[in-house]
Design a protein. Structure first.
Length: 256
C-alpha cells in the first residue's frame, strides 16, 4: 500500500508521520489511514483514532473525534466509549466540547453502572463539577429518587454538604424500606423497593395499599406507579391551563 507520507511534509511533524506509518504497518486500509492523516490532529489523537480503527470502530462513528474543539483527553474518553461499544445515544450525552475529560468519565461511569439516559441527563451538565456528578451517581446507585438526586445538583450547596445530604436521604430511605417490609412482610425485596419508589414519587398510603399485592410483580408495580405519576402530572397541567384561561379570559364587560 502506498500513501505519500512526504506530501506537504512541512505540515506534519516527524511524530505525526510516524503515526501514519504505524497505521500502514498495522494493516489499516488506505481510506482508514487517510481518515486520521490530518495535520491538525495531535500525535495522541492520531494514535487514539488509529487504535480505534484497528479495533473495528468505523470512520463514521470516529468522525466526532476530528472536532478540533476536543482536547486529547476528551478524545481519549470518547474513544474509550466507542471501543466499549456504548450505544450512540449514550455517547451523544457526553461527547461535547463543554464537558471536561473528568466530567466525561463520570457520565460514562454512570452509564456503565446501569443508569438510564433520563437519570444521567439529570447531572450531565457542564456547570456541575465531576465531584458533584459523582454524588449524583452514588445517589442513584443507593436508590435515591429523581427528586432527591436533583437536589444534589444545587451548586449553591457545597459539595461536602451535598455528600452529607445524600447520606441522609439514603438513611431515610432505608428506614422507609424497613417500615414497608414490616407492613407488607409477604412481599419480596424487589416488590418493597418498587413500593419505596412509589413513596419517593408522591404516592399516598392508600395508593400504595392498592398495588401492594403478592400477585403483582415489581415490574408491574413500577408501571402502575409511573402511570399514577404521569396521570397526576397531566391533571396538574390541565388544572394550570384552566386557571390560566380563567385568568386571561375577558370579562363580559370587556366583550360588550
Amino acid at each position: 500500500m502506498q500513501i505519500n507520507t512526504h506530501e506537504n511534509k512541512e505540515k506534519f511533524t516527524q511524530d505525526q508521520i510516524a503515526e501514519v506509518k504505524k497505521g500502514i504497518a498495522s494493516g489499516l486500509s488506505p481510506n482508514q489511514v487517510e481518515f486520521y492523516r490530518k495535520d491538525f490532529l495531535s500525535c495522541s489523537k492520531m494514535r487514539l483514532i488509529r487504535d480505534a480503527l484497528k479495533h473495528g470502530i468505523p470512520e463514521n462513528k470516529l468522525a466526532i473525534c476530528l472536532n478540533k474543539a476536543f482536547t486529547d483527553e476528551q478524545v481519549s474518553s470518547i474513544c474509550f466509549a466507542l471501543r466499549s461499544y456504548m450505544p450512540d445515544e449514550q455517547i451523544a450525552v457526553f461527547a461535547k466540547p463543554e464537558f471536561s475529560h473528568k466530567q466525561m468519565q463520570m457520565i460514562i461511569t454512570g452509564f456503565r453502572l446501569g443508569l438510564s439516559i433520563e437519570q444521567t441527563s439529570l447531572f450531565a451538565d457542564s456547570k456541575l463539577s465531576a465531584s458533584r456528578m459523582e454524588q449524583c451517581i452514588r445517589g442513584f446507585v443507593d436508590g435515591l429518587s429523581v427528586l432527591q438526586v436533583k437536589s444534589l445538583t444545587d451548586t449553591s450547596i457545597p459539595i461536602c454538604e451535598a455528600e452529607e445530604k445524600r447520606e441522609q436521604f439514603t438513611s431515610a430511605n432505608e428506614e422507609f424500606k424497613k417500615t414497608l417490609s414490616e407492613s407488607y412482610f409477604k412481599l419480596s425485596d424487589d416488590q418493597i423497593s418498587a413500593l419505596l419508589y412509589g413513596l419517593q414519587n408522591g404516592l399516598s398510603k392508600k395508593q400504595i395499599d392498592v398495588i401492594a399485592k403478592e400477585t403483582i410483580t415489581p415490574e408491574q408495580m413500577r408501571w402502575l406507579i409511573n402511570t399514577s405519576i404521569r396521570d397526576a402530572s397531566n391533571s396538574r397541567k390541565i388544572k394550570n391551563e384552566k386557571n390560566c384561561l380563567l385568568y386571561t379570559s375577558p370579562s363580559p364587560r370587556d366583550c360588550s
